[in-house]
Design a protein around this ligand. Structure first.
Ligand SMILES: [Zn+2]
Length: 320
């Protein structure tokens, strides 16, 4: 059972909305696009674990993605958690392509397909540190001691993992994603003692989910004001902005198409960029509409909840 989904998708949607709406001459336009692409690659790497984890028994295993916990040393983040009544497993996904060479002390050199060579800290010690912090965190919440296993999971089957010299052993915790399911089966054989009841396990899953601290808003890395944001409704067919509002539908003067609900996508963008509350005046500016009555009608048509009455009221936007 998946207890918590990934937050990264939301971050990617935010970056996508900013990339789409930031004016072309803005100095950070390129930076937004490149971070958007990096996050997409990270997510596709992390999602590779979904396939092997999909074979696990839903009733025996609880899965949480992207959990960020606070402790006395700051925050630590775990890509994927697998919880069972016998052990907990931390999976650290590595979306590295090319060749990965393990040297002395587990230090890693990555040779990317584009010829780039980079050194990295021992990924096993990193995930081991996460396991240590998690154990300490669980004890502080009065959770009985549970064995914590950890794996560094290389997402892509074509990544070559090799020792830097013949006398070096690749750490046993380093695996290819195609072996993940079998490693979990080995852990099942290793940890035979039940340390929690299913109801306790359920509580641990919920506790981890509720303790998750959202990272700082990804858009706070960028400097832009409302005037740097392109206003209006985008044409769903050709991307022209702004569409013109007719009596019942929105009209695109370029491809001459009509759309009744194109404003929904604009409100999604507004929510991703500015939050989930919008006043009538803000909606008028953002959707480029002349009257508060038109906004009011559209908001009701879109099914958005109105909070408060008259001038002080706001609409609550949810992603649609
Ligand atoms: Zn169009």
């Amino acid at each position: 059972m998946i207890v918590k989904q990934r937050d990264k998708l939301h971050e990617i949607m935010k970056l996508e909305a900013l990339d789409k709406r930031l004016i072309h001459q803005h100095p950070e336009k390129e930076k937004v696009r490149s971070e958007w692409k990096i996050k997409q690659t990270e997510l596709s790497g992390e999602k590779e674990v979904d396939y092997p984890l999909g074979f696990l028994d839903d009733k025996k295993y609880f899965i949480l993605h992207n959990v960020r916990l606070a402790d006395s040393n700051g925050y630590f983040q775990i890509d994927t958690f697998v919880l069972s009544d016998r052990f907990l497993l931390i999976i650290d996904a590595k979306n590295w392509r090319g060749r990965v060479s393990f040297g002395q002390n587990g230090q890693v050199t990555r040779y990317s397909p584009d010829g780039k060579v980079e050194g990295f800290k021992n990924p096993v010690s990193q995930v081991k540190t996460q396991a240590f912090r998690l154990q300490r965190w669980l004890l502080s919440k009065n959770i009985p001691e549970v064995p914590i296993a950890y794996l560094v999971d290389f997402s892509f089957p074509k990544t070559i993992i090799e020792p830097a010299s013949p006398d070096i052993k690749i750490p046993a915790e380093v695996i290819h994603n195609s072996d993940l399911l079998f490693r979990i089966q080995e852990l099942e054989k290793k940890y035979t003692k039940r340390v929690m009841t299913m109801s306790q396990l359920h509580k641990v899953g919920e506790l981890l989910k509720s303790a998750h601290v959202l990272p700082r808003d990804i858009l706070s890395n960028y400097h832009y004001s409302s005037s740097d944001i392109i206003k209006g409704v985008y044409c769903p067919e050709c991307g022209l902005v702004p569409m013109e509002k007719g009596k019942r539908k929105w009209f695109c003067s370029k491809c001459r198409c009509y759309s009744e609900m194109a404003f929904i996508s604009a409100l999604n963008d507004y929510m991703l960029l500015f939050g989930d509350r919008i006043t009538n005046k803000q909606a008028r500016e953002f959707l480029k509409l002349p009257s508060r009555h038109v906004v009011n009608r559209l908001m009701h048509k879109g099914g958005y909840l109105q909070i408060g009455r008259n001038k002080g009221s706001v609409y609550q936007i949810i992603l649609k």
